[in-house]
Design a protein. Structure first.
Length: 510
């Protein structure tokens, strides 16, 4: 029987999740769901020196906001826990010892000071990046080169040690990456990585491989930056004699100009968020705005992220999370970096706002309207959202796009008002005002019919009437269908505004 598909998102809580991290979580989630599998959230916090307060909560809140729901994991529970590596500390030592017994790992006693002196010395001799490897280990303090007695003396005396992986020489490590095909590395380019540290904590490599095995992960989907670690992981699976998961290394997310990896600094420089939610750095106090707070809808954010590296092979661009699950496949993830495009990101948001039901939009913007002191009954709000949603890129723009439903016109497009107004039409407009005032059924269609009849009667064209109406009622020539706006505003408001607009138009002629 084939194994149940299980993927995991394994962030380290070293700061806020970058949008690249969210994309990794998304792809892991989509792949698992597409294949009726499980998606797991595991926090890799073995490097306590890099732990940042609040980062773990940030990860959990981000996934919640995005609608990426783990089947198991930190704060979700499950049969393979604990899901925080610092709580699994006791598990890893046993596996490091197994490797020692198998002869694939060894004790190293070099202190950090000794290692740094050694490195300086090597650099002095012309080796710019000295590595602890099959050649250099001969000159260093480890159980492969010290005598057995010496090793047990040091161990008994409680001298600090680490356990390192014994990297084989002259081997080619090959594995098949689901995105890149066959990838191969020469072991001579690799070093003897530390697996277990002197404080008894595993390093990323050991904990990652052990946990992926114990948590029965079938597919490791992660960022390209982890590709250089994979040969060691492949060797660890071999040493442990464990079934290896499939690997898929996702392409980088590139700066908008395509030159290099997208960083927080690019966001600061070019004015877009790189984090999903607001973040305040606990040590520097520096605050960064998130996509959520900037006015992005989670479904738009997710849709945009899905397209950073993947495409469905069709022209379709709008995909809900459910549709993404249905359509996603690793085969359609590209190898080359995906260029981030903030304009496109905004376009996605605009589409999602436009496609939301009025009910949803009223709910989403209720607090925003309230903040501006704009009050109206539910039906009016529904109508307003229907009228302005086409024009909003961000939710917070909706109340300001709709301000003229709540306040008098603040600013008139005087240039066009002057241009479109003809004093000789004064009497006609007087007549229009009076017909509007007599109109009992002040509904969009009835208003439209009245205005058209009026134009016919006075032989006036659209260009002579509609701009005056529009500018008088809303201040501008753009905006939603004017007759629908008039219906929402109601007769009294419209008559007053039209009167005021005509007066202004005449003044401008003078
Ligand atoms: N802890 C690693 C990170 O911070 C996980 C890499 C992996 O998925 O193996 O991204």
């Amino acid at each position: 029987m084939s194994r149940k598909i299980r993927t995991r998102f394994a962030p380290s809580p070293t700061g806020p999740l970058h949008m690249g991290g969210v994309r990794t979580a998304l792809y892991c989630y989509l792949f698992a769901k597409k294949n009726n599998g499980d998606f797991i959230l595991r926090v890799e916090d073995t490097d306590q020196t890099r732990f940042v307060k609040g980062a773990e909560e940030y990860i959990i809140e981000t996934l919640q906001w995005c609608g990426i729901k783990p089947n198991e994991g930190l704060s979700y529970g499950g049969d393979f826990g604990p899901y925080r590596q610092s709580e699994r500390k006791d598990i890893y030592a046993k596996y490091a010892m197994d490797l020692l017994e198998k002869g694939d790992a060894y004790y190293a006693f070099d202190t950090p000071e000794e290692l740094s002196a050694w490195r300086d010395n090597m650099k002095g001799q012309g080796n710019p990046s000295p590595k602890y490897d099959p050649i250099t280990r001969q000159y260093l303090k480890n159980s492969l080169h010290l005598s057995e007695d010496e090793v047990s003396r040091r161990l008994k005396a409680g001298e600090p040690w680490v356990i390192r992986y014994k990297m084989p020489r002259n081997e080619e490590v090959k594995f098949e990456d689901e995105i890149r095909g066959i990838v191969s590395f020469q072991t001579n380019q690799l070093d003897d990585k530390v697996l277990l540290k002197s404080d008894g904590m595993p390093t990323y490599h050991l904990a990652n491989v052990v946990d992926d095995h114990l948590m029965e992960i079938t597919h490791v989907i992660r960022g390209e930056e982890w590709l250089p670690s994979t040969p060691l992981h492949v060797l660890l699976y071999r040493s442990f004699e464990w079934q290896m998961p499939s690997f898929a290394h996702l392409p980088l997310i590139l700066k908008p100009d395509g030159k290099g990896k997208l960083s927080k600094r690019d966001g600061d420089r070019l004015g877009f968020p790189v984090f999903p939610l607001n973040w305040k750095d606990p040590s520097s106090g520096e605050a960064s705005i998130g996509y959520k707070e900037r006015g992005f809808l989670p479904d738009a954010f997710i849709n945009m992220l899905a397209f950073l590296g993947w495409n469905p092979g069709t022209e379709q661009e709008l995909f809900s999370l459910d549709k993404l699950i249905h359509t996603f496949s690793i085969e359609r993830v590209g190898k080359s970096g995906a260029r981030f495009d903030f304009e496109k990101t905004k376009w996605f948001n605009q589409q999602y706002i436009k496609n939301k039901s009025n009910e949803e939009l009223v709910q989403l913007t209720a607090a925003l309207f309230e903040k501006d002191g704009y009050q109206a009954d539910q039906d009016t709000l529904l109508n307003i959202c229907e009228l302005v949603k086409e024009r909003a890129t961000f939710l917070h723009e909706i109340p300001s796009l709709a301000y003229y439903f709540f306040e008098e016109v603040k600013e008139y497009d005087e240039k066009n008002l002057r241009k479109k107004w003809k004093n000789e039409n004064s009497d006609a407009f007087k007549q229009l005002l009076s017909s509007l005032s007599d109109l009992e059924d002040f509904k969009s269609e009835a208003i439209e019919k009245l205005v058209k009849d009026f134009m016919e009667k006075f032989s006036l064209g659209f260009g002579q009437v509609l701009p005056i109406l529009r500018i008088s009622i809303t201040g501008t020539m753009q905006g939603p269908p004017i007759f629908a706006v008039m219906q929402v505003l109601g007769k009294t408001n419209c008559l007053n505004r039209l009167q005021k607009g005509v007066t202004l138009a005449k003044e401008l002629q003078a």
